[in-house]
Design a protein. Sequence first.
Length: 92
Amino acid sequence: MPNHVHVIVVIDRHFEDHGISERSRPFPTVSTIMGLYKSGVSNKIHRINPEIVVWQKSFHDHIIRNEDDYQNILEYINANPLKWTDDQFYIE
């Protein structure tokens, strides 16, 4: 949708699968990842027009716990743009 984004963030905690036994820094939180993403996008947009408000203050998150949940989320994300003309912010 043009007025929001959906992302699936994967934080891989299984280092032993990659031959790494320990990690020197803690994993970033979802809040940290989203904050960095929103900040980076905002900085690029504000170079073009500093007056544009890009983001709402918060975000909605959901932990994907199994393959069925993942498939349902993926299907929702893929079908979401088809609903754009039904959105309250859609303008022809």
